[in-house]
Design a protein around this ligand. Structure first.
Ligand code: 8YV
Length: 319
């Protein structure tokens, strides 16, 4: 008998095809957003759950999962929506999908950087609303990206691909991470021991750290005050890394020129302050949203499930 897998969201056709071939999947063709109670109910008899970051597995939810569930194979690289300690205690295997989304997320990061620096939101609005009437040498003047210093907070897989792409814009790369990377991964990037030491070197700052108690509200008023005046901040990691009130205040005061954001505290119900600002370029959490990447994420989650049901150690085990 094929193992039963609860798939919480509608996945790409190729992924669902492979699911049907190798498993007995409970699919969600209408892509309904399930409540925790529904997930618990639907997973009765399932051997594993294949969720997205939209489903939260708190300690309480994990405790109520049916005994049949052996694994949570996430369709995401981030797994802050799963209480891994509670999962570990219960003997649940948890996996994620690293690497396959680094290129797509780095592309989106470049888009945020360029969009924020070159005032993409304002420009697009002017064209769409027919408010664009004229041209002048001072019209829609933004900040140049080429040749600037880029600070990368979190020099993991995504951060390093961003560095690679930014080198194409002749940017000077600076970074901070918990430890210094080997020279072959640094490729000339300049290491700073603490986030505070990194800040003064960032004409542009991009955040690529994982969500954790240590990184919650890491970019706060103190850290922002250490950035050069007029810096641009970009975030395609997790919203929790930013103290929204502090970022909004800095964007209002002119301390920061602009920001480009793809992820938010409480998304999709974001801090209302962002909507009022013209110097923010806002995207709806689409870092990994390319056809190629979404299929690769699904296949990677299935590779992990294949290993688990073959009694092997899955490649991307995080708990
Ligand atoms: C996904 C992400 O859209 O993988 C992640 O951690 O944030 C995004 O790329 C989402 O999480 C899919 O579940």
């Amino acid at each position: 008998m094929k193992p039963v897998i609860l798939v919480t969201r509608k996945l790409p056709d190729a992924v669902e095809e492979r699911l049907r071939r190798d498993y007995d999947p409970i699919l969600n063709p209408d892509d309904v957003l399930y409540s925790s109670d529904e997930i618990i109910e639907l997973s009765r008899g399932a051997g594993a759950i294949l969720p997205c970051h939209t489903e939260r597995f708190t300690a309480e939810v994990i405790a109520r999962l049916p005994d049949s569930v052996r694994a949570i194979a996430n369709f995401s690289v981030g797994y802050d929506h799963v209480d891994t300690a509670a999962a570990g205690e219960r003997g649940l295997i948890v996996t994620n999908t690293p690497e396959v989304l680094s290129d797509a997320t780095a592309e989106l990061t470049m888009m945020l950087m360029l969009g924020a620096a070159r005032r993409a939101s304002e420009g697009e609005r002017l064209v769409r609303t027919r408010e664009w009437k004229d041209w002048s040498p001072s019209f829609m003047v933004g900040t140049q990206v080429t040749g600037k210093r880029l600070g990368i907070l979190g020099f993991g897989r995504v951060g390093r691909v961003v560095a690679e792409r930014a080198r194409g814009f002749d940017m000077e790369i600076h970074y901070n991470d918990v430890k210094r990377m080997p020279t072959e991964l640094e490729k000339g990037a300049i290491y700073h021991k603490t986030p505070g030491e990194l800040m003064p070197h960032c004409d542009f700052l991009t955040l690529h750290c994982v969500s954790s108690p240590e990184t919650t509200k890491l970019l706060n008023a103190d850290l922002i005050s250490l950035l050069p005046d007029g810096a641009v901040v970009v975030n395609a990691s997790r919203g929790v890394v930013i103290d929204d009130d502090a970022l909004i205040a800095a964007l209002k005061s002119g301390k920061l020129t602009a920001a480009g954001l793809d992820v938010y505290n409480g998304e999709p119900d974001i801090h209302p302050g962002y909507r009022q600002l013209s110097n923010v370029f806002l995207m709806p959490h689409i870092g990994s949203a390319t056809k190629e990447t979404r299929v690769a994420m699904g296949f990677r989650a299935l590779d992990n499930l294949d290993a688990i049901f073959a009694g092997e150690e899955p490649r991307d085990r995080v708990a």
